[in-house]
Design a binder for this molecule. Structure first.
Ligand SMILES: Cc1ncc(COP(=O)(O)O)c(C=O)c1O
Length: 401
C-alpha cells in the first residue's frame, strides 16, 4: 500500500534551524499551513514556531487548534462571513486589494480585538520585482492579482493599516530577498518609516533550511529592517519547515513493454498525490528498496529510512541497465513521473521511494480516478512507524457529494 512517510527527526532538524534564525534576527517565524498541515507533524513543529500563517478561515482554525501562537492570515479575497470568524481568532489579517480593505475597514477597526490592539490589519504589496524562475509561482509577474503594486499606493487612504505583507519568492536564497527588499525600500521607504506601520511580513519562499542558504545575510537584513523602520518582521516559510522530511512510498503494480518503452505502473498518481511534479514541473529523486548491496550506487539516500531497508538511487534514462517509465494507475496520459533507470529489472511488488514529498503533496492531494489515497505515516525519533491516517472508500465517496 502506498504511504506518505514523514520523519519527526527531520522535521525537528529543520525546525531548530528556523528557530535559531528567528532568535538571531529577531524575526517571528510562522509555519505556512498551505505547504504542510498534517496535524501529527504540526505537533512536532509547533514548539519551535512562533505561530502559523493561514490562507483563510479553515487553515486559521487549524492553526488555533494545532499550532497556537501568532496567527497571520492572508487571502486574495474574504467574504463577510469568513472575516467575522477570522476577527475572533487571528492576530494579523492582511488584505490583497484596496477595495477589499475599504469594504471591510469599518467592521475590522471597530472589532474589540482590534480596539485592544490584539488584532492588526495589513496590506499585501507587490514590489514588482521578479527574481524567481517559474512563472506559475511568480506573484510579481505582469498583470499579477496578488498584492497592490507599490506604484498604486500613492494617495491611497491607508488609515487603519499597520502592516505590509510581501510574498515574492519560491525556493529562493537570501540574495533574492535582498534584491526584493531593495525594490521595496526604493518605492516605499517613506511608508515603512511611518509610525503607523508596525509590522513587515516577508512571506515565504525562503529556502532557509537548505545547507547552502546564507542565513547570515538573512539575519543581517532582518536586523537592519527592524532597526531602520521600527517594525516587527515576520517570515512565513512553508517548504523550509518540511524540506527533506518526507517520502512517498509506492509499489510496482505492473511491468510491461509497449512501443519500445518499459513501463512500470505504480500505485500512486502524480496528478493526485504530488501535483507539483507536473505543475512546477520537477523531477523527484527516486529510490528502489533493494536487498542487493552491490546495486547501491551512491551514498545519496532518501530523506526517510526504514530500519533494515537499503536503497538504490535510480538514474536518468539510459544511465543504468534498465530504464522504466514510472507512471500512475490513472487514465490521464500524462500522469507520468518520468523515465528512470535501475541496476536491475523491476518486478511487481517492488517498493519505490519518491523523495522529498512532505510539502505541497498531502495538502494538495485528490481522489482523482478513485485511486486509493496513500495512508499517512509518521516515523518517531526512535524509528518506529505510526499510521496517523488511513484512507478508504468512504473518504473517496464522501467528498464527491
Ligand atoms: C502568501 C504566502 N506565504 C507563504 C507561502 C509559503 O511559501 P513556501 O512554502 O515556498 O515557503 C506562500 C506560498 O505560496 C504564500 O503564497
Amino acid at each position: 500500500m502506498a504511504k506518505y512517510l514523514i520523519s519527526e527527526k527531520a522535521l525537528e532538524y529543520n525546525a531548530r534551524i528556523l528557530r535559531e534564525t528567528g532568535k538571531a534576527s529577531g524575526a517571528r517565524v510562522l509555519i505556512a499551513l498551505k505547504a504542510f498541515a498534517t496535524t501529527a507533524g504540526l505537533h512536532c513543529l509547533r514548539k519551535y514556531a512562533d505561530g502559523a500563517c493561514a490562507s483563510g478561515l479553515y487553515e486559521a482554525k487549524l492553526a488555533v487548534e494545532h499550532v497556537g501562537g501568532h496567527i497571520a492570515v492572508y487571502a486574495p479575497a474574504y467574504t463577510q462571513n469568513e472575516l467575522d470568524e477570522l476577527l475572533k481568532i487571528a492576530h494579523h489579517i492582511d488584505f490583497n486589494s484596496l477595495p477589499q480593505w475599504e469594504r471591510f475597514r469599518e467592521c475590522c477597526l471597530k472589532h474589540p480585538r482590534a480596539v485592544s490592539g490584539e488584532l492588526e490589519f495589513g496590506l499585501r504589496v507587490n514590489p514588482g520585482c521578479s527574481t524567481g524562475h517559474t512563472p506559475l509561482y511568480d506573484p510579481c509577474a505582469p498583470g499579477s492579482r496578488l498584492g497592490v503594486p507599490l506604484t498604486d499606493l500613492s494617495g491611497a487612504n491607508l488609515a487603519g493599516i499597520s502592516g505590509l505583507h510581501m510574498h515574492t519568492l519560491c525556493e529562493q536564497y537570501s540574495s533574492d530577498l535582498t534584491t526584493t527588499v531593495q525594490a521595496l525600500e526604493e518605492q516605499a521607504a517613506e511608508l515603512l518609516s511611518s509610525p503607523h506601520i508596525h509590522y513587515l511580513n516577508l512571506g515565504g519562499g525562503h529556502w532557509i533550511t537548505k545547507p547552502d542558504y546564507n542565513r547570515e545575510e538573512l539575519v543581517t537584513l532582518i536586523r537592519r529592517l527592524r532597526e531602520r523602520y521600527a517594525v516587527d518582521v515576520f517570515l512565513e516559510p512553508g517548504e523550509a519547515w518540511c524540506i527533506h522530511s518526507g517520502v512517498l512510498r509506492a509499489q510496482v503494480l505492473d511491468v510491461f513493454e509497449s512501443m519500445g518503452y518499459r513501463h512500470a505502473i505504480l500505485d500512486v498518481s502524480v496528478s493526485a498525490h504530488m501535483p507539483d511534479v507536473l505543475e512546477m514541473p520537477y523531477r523527484p529523486d527516486v529510490y528502489c528498496v533493494t536487498n542487493d548491496e552491490d546495486n547501491i550506487r551512491t551514498k545519496k539516500q532518501p530523506s526517510v529510512h526504514v530500519t533494515g531497508e537499503r536503497y538504490s538511487l535510480a538514474g536518468k534514462a539510459g544511465e543504468l541497465a534498465f530504464t522504466y517509465r514510472l507512471a500512475a494507475p490513472t487514465c490521464l496520459a500524462g500522469d507520468v513521473l518520468g523515465d528512470y533507470s535501475f541496476p536491475r529489472t523491476l518486478s511487481v511488488g517492488d517498493t519505490i521511494v519518491l523523495d522529498d514529498m512532505a510539502h505541497y503533496t498531502i495538502v494538495k492531494s485528490t481522489h482523482f480516478n478513485g485511486v486509493v489515497h496513500p495512508d499517512i505515516y509518521v516515523q518517531a525519533t526512535d524509528g518506529t512507524l505510526k499510521c496517523v491516517r488511513r484512507f478508504g472508500y468512504n473518504d473517496f465517496v464522501n467528498r464527491l457529494g
